[in-house]
Design a protein around this ligand. Structure first.
Ligand SMILES: O=C(O)CCC(=O)C(=O)O
Ligand SMILES: [Fe+2]
Length: 267
């Protein structure tokens, strides 16, 4: 099979990431930076060309039999705080279950990897995030990964441990599987537990639903913005690819987290 060129995968007519000196590039950068300041999330609608989306989703779904099955309630802040009561919002657990395809399982010729490795995209994202330096994660497991959520699967309320997440929606379910978030809910100085409790109690009032469509590349600051993916309904699975970058070189995820994931590999 002839590998598609990057211009056949990414819609460079709409997003001229290969032309950093163009007006289109500069206005995209300005609009995106403003949206990120305001809402902590920005989507490049139709980033991947429509004809590429179904084969890319199929490639990931075909890997489900070898993927990790994660099924473990996760507490909002990842690390419990034993100084706080077990029923405190900090220590509250939320259901979390999905399949996850790991970096080393995704082919070297995969269009997803072509996108992740394409340097003009990394440079665009670096400028967008305002980092001096910006590197692809080198994690063999999670630098590039994909989550697949079937009926009842969900990614419960949490803050991310890394600053920023880049996701690409490849397949949407018939219903459910919505990305809901409360932008800039906590600060580095203040956990704002009352606000967190309000979101959990009444997301309809205190959270926003991101209107994500297939083919959109989303940039999201998830360390200070509380978020979840609601349970999927129906037989069509939600498929999202996740790209991991960092302002430090050579990052990998913690060995203990990878061991947790590996427990979910099929035996
Ligand atoms: O599935 C998504 O859209 C985002 C998942 C998420 O929040 C995460 O991986 O931390
Ligand atoms: Fe997250």
């Amino acid at each position: 099979m002839v590998e598609p060129r990057i211009a056949e995968i990414i819609d460079l007519d709409r997003y001229p990431l290969d032309q950093p000196a163009s007006d289109g590039y500069r206005s995209l950068m300005t609009d995106e930076q403003a949206a990120l300041r305001d809402r902590a999330l920005f989507s490049l609608g139709g980033f991947v060309r429509p004809e590429m989306i179904a084969p890319m989703a199929r490639e990931i779904e075909d890997l489900v039999p070898v993927a990790v099955r994660y099924d473990k309630p996760r507490i909002t802040y990842f690390d419990a705080d034993s100084a706080l009561p077990p029923d405190h919002v900090h220590n509250q657990a939320h259901p979390c279950r999905y399949h996850q395809v790991l970096n080393y399982q995704i082919g070297n010729d995969s269009p997803l990897r072509r996108i992740f490795n394409w340097q003009p995209l990394a440079e665009f994202l670096r400028q967008l995030c305002g980092y001096q330096t910006f590197y692809r994660s080198e994690c063999p497991h999670l630098a590039l990964s994909a989550k697949i959520a079937g009926e009842g699967d969900t990614d419960g309320w949490h803050f991310d441990t890394n600053d920023v997440v880049f996701s690409l929606l490849l397949q949407a379910p018939e219903a459910g599987g919505s990305f809901e978030y409360a932008p800039h809910l906590r600060t580095r100085e203040d956990e704002r537990y009352h606000a967190v409790a309000d979101v959990i109690a009444d997301p309809g009032t205190h959270a926003i639903e991101a209107p994500l469509s297939i083919g959109d590349l989303t940039v999201f600051f998830g360390d200070l913005s509380f978020h979840r993916v609601t349970p999927v309904k129906g037989h069509r699975r939600r498929v999202v690819a996740l790209f991991c970058y960092d302002h430090r070189p050579g990052t990998v995820f913690s060995a203990s987290y990878i061991r947790t994931l590996q427990k979910g590999l099929p035996h």
